[in-house]
Design a protein around this ligand. Structure first.
Ligand code: AP5
Length: 185
């Protein structure tokens, strides 16, 4: 088993599926957005800065994000497999994460949950999370296309990407992911 990295437009169901897939394979979930939401609640300068960036739908700096991942990887044992949700989102993060994982003798495969933007938008507006305003979502979509799609394409070119149809029921998406991971060499 390798570490899994979940990709997909905001609202594609990464968080929803991460819990199910991690429970099935007994993986440790690392959810970047949740880590950052927790920092954003702190009264520190960093907390205030991260909170403002997230409310605007912008990406937190690569340095801050990579520090958090590095600390996480330093604290888990080598035989624990990880499901990454929300990282990497930029090519720089992809390079840094790749180096970190290989330093820790880990290997990874990407799981791309594909979903049309209009369906993702509908789901996010129904969810009503604090950063799910129309303006914030638009900004997050823009960042997804400009910064994260190149990362997904990079994984595809390296033959390390499994693409899943996210435009079906939650159970069907889970079944497709579990099946694909079990059959992945
Ligand atoms: P993050 O928390 O990762 O939010 P996001 O990227 O916007 O992703 P979402 O949680 O919105 O989407 P999801 O794909 O997990 O969908 P979900 O399962 O919830 O990041 C938040 C912010 O943190 C970013 O904007 C950024 O500022 C910062 N950040 C995070 N990572 C960063 C990084 N690496 N670098 C820099 N900054 C970073 O599903 C959505 C809804 O759809 C739910 O209501 C769910 O119930 C429903 N749903 C799911 N699947 C289905 C289905 N099959 N059918 C019907 N409904 C469904």
């Amino acid at each position: 088993m390798q570490d899994l990295i979940f990709f997909g437009i905001q609202g594609s169901g990464k968080g929803t599926q991460a819990e199910r897939v991690a429970a099935y394979f007994d993986l440790n979930i690392f959810e970047m957005g949740a880590e950052l939401r927790s920092i954003a609640q702190e009264e520190s300068d960093l907390g205030k800065k991260v909170s403002a960036i997230m409310s605007a739908g912008e990406l937190v700096s690569d340095d801050v994000v990579m520090d958090i991942v590095e600390r996480f990887l330093g604290n888990i044992s080598a035989d624990t497999h990880v499901l990454f949700d929300g990282i990497p989102r930029t090519m720089i993060q992809a390079q840094m994460l790749g180096t970190l994982l290989h330093t820790h003798k880990r290997s990874e495969v990407g799981i791309y949950i594909e979903l049309p933007e209009e369906v993702a938008l509908e789901r996010l507006l129904l969810r009503k999370r604090a950063d799910d305003t129309e303006e914030g979502i638009k900004k997050r979509f823009e960042n997804y296309y400009s910064a994260t799609l190149p990362v997904i394409n990079h994984y595809r070119e390296e033959n390390r990407l499994i693409t899943i149809n996210g435009n079906q029921g939650i159970d069907e998406v889970t079944a497709e992911i579990l099946n694909a991971v079990k059959n992945y060499e």
